[in-house]
Design a binder for this molecule. Structure first.
Ligand SMILES: *Cc1c(COP(=O)(O)O)cnc(C)c1O
Length: 394
């Protein structure tokens, strides 16, 4: 039995979830990756290189900010872990820098990645540029049309963007395509997965690269207050910012809350299954076909969830609730007007949860991970509010 959010055993299981369900042809690659990560993560030299890159390039530590006017509005004390202030505007940089450093250490010269909204693609292209690696990003044709600015950013950063035309031409198909292309290029290529998903060791490795969020927040909260918070809240797409945050607090009495979008609630509305190399919960139809997620925030549109969250939910250590698009847009506006912070629509799910649970939270203290900044979402929000329609909206 491994300790909670500790190191999984060789099978990569979190309770009944996780595992490593890959074709024979990929097995050597995931085994090589697992042993390389185990070895690197226990090497103080690698840890130091990772920490100093985050400090000197990505802008860590990020602030833990006491949001006083939001707190007043809620009747509870809210501390925001400001991942929106990290380089490239979200927590994704923590993971891609870790994986890019690991890839280089393994002698790989090339990164491939899948992306839906384009945020992970941009982060991967950024890390590749920083370390002088080649990058190729797989993206569904539908997403490419929806996210043209991010496609341009990736190209500006020197990455190649490959259009995926199979299936529904969105994120889940991009994952399949990236896995397929990895098999053909194992010698020089590392597959940089963007969240706590996929076959072992990815869910564990990505959580470890993101635990810097939770470790920092716990230390900062302790320094500021001398204790631990009552609640720890984060949004959940694949679940990497939440997993990294929870890892810092799982052994405290804090109640952990993951907030899923109503249209992509793999824990709240999904069914158990094996997809993308792991056992977890997925949105599926009656025939077991994976459905597309749909939410106002493209970054939460993954139809599954990381297996460790499925486990934390099953054992009752973390709670997973849902909020809807309208609540999210309201939350973005509230945070903007009370704190002068325009957050990502993904992150606003966590804020929306606070608003929806105000009575329960009264008088308590909360650490909430603000996973990213909202510049990328300004147009979506404006459209929603009618601002692009002659400016007569809210
Ligand atoms: C990608 C993204 C998410 C969702 O990913 P997780 O793996 O669930 O953290 C959340 N917030 C922002 C800002 C993102 O870019």
């Amino acid at each position: 039995m491994t300790s909670m959010m500790g190191t999984p055993d060789a099978t990569g299981r979190f309770g009944e979830f996780g595992g490593r369900f890959v074709p024979e042809s990929l097995m050597p690659a995931v085994l090589e990756l697992e042993s390389a990560f185990r070895e690197a993560w226990s090497d103080p030299g690698f840890r130091e290189e990772y920490a100093s890159t985050l400090a000197n390039y990505a802008g860590r530590p990020t602030l833990l900010y006491l949001a006083e006017r939001l707190s007043e509005h809620l009747g509870a004390e809210v501390w925001l872990k400001r991942e929106d202030l990290a380089h490239t505007g979200s927590h994704k940089i923590n993971n891609v820098i870790g994986q890019a450093l690991l890839a280089r250490r393994m002698g790989k010269t090339r990164l491939i990645a899948e992306t839906g909204a384009g945020q992970h693609g941009v982060a991967t292209a950024t890390a590749a540029a920083l370390l002088g690696l080649d990058a190729k990003v797989y993206m569904g044709e539908v997403d490419i049309a929806r996210q043209s600015l991010n496609v341009f950013r990736m190209r500006l950063l020197g990455a190649e963007v490959e259009t995926v035309t199979s299936g529904s031409r969105t994120l889940k198909d991009a994952v399949n395509e990236a896995m397929r292309s990895w098999v053909a290029a194992l010698d020089d290529t590392h597959y940089c997965i963007g969240s706590v998903m996929g076959p072992h060791p990815y869910p564990w490795m990505v959580r470890e690269f993101q635990r810097v969020i939770g470790d920092e927040a716990r230390e900062q909260y302790l320094a500021a207050t001398g204790t631990t918070p009552d609640w720890v809240v984060a949004c959940v797409g694949g679940g990497s910012n939440a997993a990294g945050t929870f890892a810092g607090f799982v052994d405290t009495p804090a109640r952990l809350v993951g907030v899923e979008p109503e249209g992509g609630a793999a824990i709240g509305r999904g069914i158990g299954g094996i997809v993308h190399g792991m056992q977890s919960f997925f949105l599926q139809d009656e025939f077991g076909q994976v459905n597309e997620a749909s939410s106002i925030s493209a970054g939460l549109d993954y139809p599954g969830v990381g297996p460790e969250h499925a486990h934390l939910s099953a054992i009752g250590r973390a709670r997973y609730d849902q909020v809807g698009d309208d609540q999210v847009v309201e939350a973005v506006q509230l945070l903007a007007r009370t704190e002068g912070i325009i957050c990502a629509l993904e992150s606003a799910h966590a804020i929306a949860w606070l608003l929806a649970h105000k009575p329960e939270l009264e008088g308590t203290s909360i650490v909430l991970t603000l996973s990213g900044r909202g510049d990328k979402d300004a147009e979506t929000i404006a459209e929603r509010l009618g601002f692009l329609d002659g400016g007569r909206g809210a």
